[in-house]
Design a protein around this ligand. Structure first.
Ligand SMILES: Cc1cc2nc3c(=O)[nH]c(=O)nc-3n(C[C@H](O)[C@H](O)[C@H](O)COP(=O)(O)OP(=O)(O)OC[C@H]3O[C@@H](n4cnc5c(N)ncnc54)[C@H](O)[C@@H]3O)c2cc1C
Length: 477
């Protein structure tokens, strides 16, 4: 098929491709109610790339009674136009994912349809605004139903009118009922942005986490201290420099910056497909090591900050305390002596904290963690990572103490916290072609199993002949 030369042609290709692979075409789920209210088959919380692509995978399985909700306004889902403070994605441009293997749905096909093959060749990395536009296009052409401006909260068990288990999810627009809930809530799926207590205790006007909304214009002429040496810390340092900060100092605990990106090593089919199914000892060994590192920064990220003469990186110099001074600055205590700054930015990532997440708070105490299920050898121990949830094969929560909240088996976590159990999965592009179909298969299996008595009745009542025969030709024995 010749390559599409505009989006209209590409969208026609998408329609044709999806029709060619639509087998099996039959709808198989029955609409349910609870207290007379409609029940969704699957409610997906989070309309970023993972939520939208999960919905697309379900539509392909003819699970159509679904809804995606996102608290953000349309087009503002995920980090791309808010706190992702880099001009371009850091991942390879030809890394496919949302397309789930359908060529006309790839980023490259979308890019070439608008900018030609030469435009694709000339581009090194994907500008984040274009990635965001692509995700919006993707969700339109795949007809994924998304309702923006809806924040999901507490989840509790209930039943459908015909007795099946289902869930009641409180939202900012009233309760929604669903047989299954997928939490595709990105980085904050099971925890909260973390900074040292002594930084959090400072007045908000003097400090921020890198994921917060920061008024960089106000940092003009100021001394900015950034904690952390992952890619996000660098992006925030560079943004401050570009906005005219007088000096930007980036502090990292380790003596050497992290230059090797383990995610590049592990991006091969065996790892992405099969890590989740190997014994815990191997899952932990690989993923605890990967997650124990800071995310390495690529060349572009370093160059963006290093081209400024007023940028300095301090390695092997952790922060040990911080105090506001009498003139409204911050005195930071570091391992190598004090440091005075006007504003602090922490690129210090996420910590698991189930109780702080509104969708998890009702059952936070009964979510099985890795520390409940696996004890690593002492040299591989890591208390922080032990707090990650220990998920079932379909990404569902498991109970810490069986019997207390069995209904959490219908809540599937597809954000960053699924990474320890599965390797890259939720909150990732590079594993999407493996991780999303795996999740969709798990959801289909759960919906099917719960419906077996009805399906048995349906099978027994099935009486549609596929041929007409002449009864006179049947010889009785
Ligand atoms: C700064 C940054 C840069 C990144 N750069 C890259 C990159 O270059 N290449 C790469 O491969 N990966 C990158 N990643 C990793 C990953 O691709 C992104 O995090 C991506 O956004 C993950 O998609 P997601 O759908 O899982 O989560 P998100 O895109 O974060 O979407 C989650 C959505 O859930 C919504 N939500 C959360 N809680 C609720 C609630 N209670 N109710 C309703 N809605 C809710 C949020 O509003 C959000 O829109 C980056 C991550 C970050 C944080």
């Amino acid at each position: 098929m010749p390559a599409a030369t505009n989006l209209a042609e590409l969208e026609a290709d998408v329609v044709r491709d999806l029709a060619l692979i639509a087998h099996p075409r039959m709808d198989w789920l029955e609409a349910k109610t609870s207290g007379g209210q409609p029940v969704l088959d699957v409610l997906i919380v989070g309309g970023g790339q993972c939520g939208v692509v999960t919905a697309f995978a379900l539509l392909r399985e003819k699970v159509r009674n679904i809804l995606v909700v996102d608290r953000a306004a349309r087009g503002r889902e995920g980090p791309w136009l808010t706190y992702a403070r880099m001009p371009k994605l850091r991942s390879w441009k030809d890394q496919s994912g949302p397309d789930l293997g359908i060529p006309s749905l790839t980023y490259q096909a979308w890019h070439e349809a608008q900018f030609g093959a030469a435009g694709w060749d000339a581009m090194t990395l994907i500008p984040k605004e274009l990635w965001n536009d692509y995700l919006l296009w993707f969700r339109r052409v795949t007809r994924v139903p998304v309702r923006n401006g809806v924040e999901a909260g507490r989840i509790a068990p209930t039943r459908t009118d015909d007795g099946l288990p289902c869930l009641r999810v409180e939202t900012s627009e009233g309760p929604l009922l669903a047989r299954k809930v997928v939490l595709a809530t990105g980085q904050e799926d099971a925890g909260r942005w973390w900074m040292p207590d002594f930084v959090a205790a400072l007045p908000p006007a003097l400090r921020a986490h890198s994921a917060e909304d920061i008024d960089f214009r106000a940092l003009r002429g100021k001394v900015v201290a950034v904690l952390g040496a992952g890619a996000s810390a660098f992006d925030n340092a560079a943004t401050a420099l570009e906005h005219g900060a007088a000096e930007v100092h980036l502090f990292c605990r380790r003596a050497e910056p992290q230059l090797v990106q383990p995610y590049r090593w592990l991006t091969f089919a065996g790892f992405l497909e099969a890590l989740h199914a190997v014994p815990d000892a191997w899952r932990w060994r690989f993923m605890a090591d990967v997650l124990g590192m800071r995310e390495a920064f690529p060349q572009d990220t370093w160059d963006r900050a290093a081209r400024f003469g007023n940028f300095r990186m301090h390695v092997g110099r952790p922060w040990q305390g911080a105090q506001e001074t009498h003139d409204g600055r911050v005195a930071i205590r570091t391992s190598e002596g004090p440091f005075l700054a006007d504003y602090l930015i922490c690129g210090t990532g996420i910590r698991m904290d189930f109780g702080s997440v509104p969708t998890l708070s009702a059952f936070a105490g009964n979510i099985a963690r890795w520390s409940d299920r696996y004890t690593p050898p002492p040299e591989e121990a890591d208390e922080r990572l032990g707090e990650f949830p220990y998920l079932a094969a379909d990404y569902a929560f498991m109970e810490r103490v069986p019997g207390g909240a069995p209904w959490i088996a219908d809540i599937h976590l597809f954000g960053i916290a699924s990474t320890l159990s599965f390797g890259p999965a939720g909150a990732s592009i590079n594993a999407m072609v493996y991780a999303v179909p795996r999740l969709a298969r798990g959801l289909v299996r759960g919906l099917f199993e719960a419906d077996l008595p009805r399906l048995w009745q349906s099978y027994q009542a099935y009486d549609e002949p596929i041929a007409r025969i002449d009864p006179g030709r049947l010889a009785a024995q």
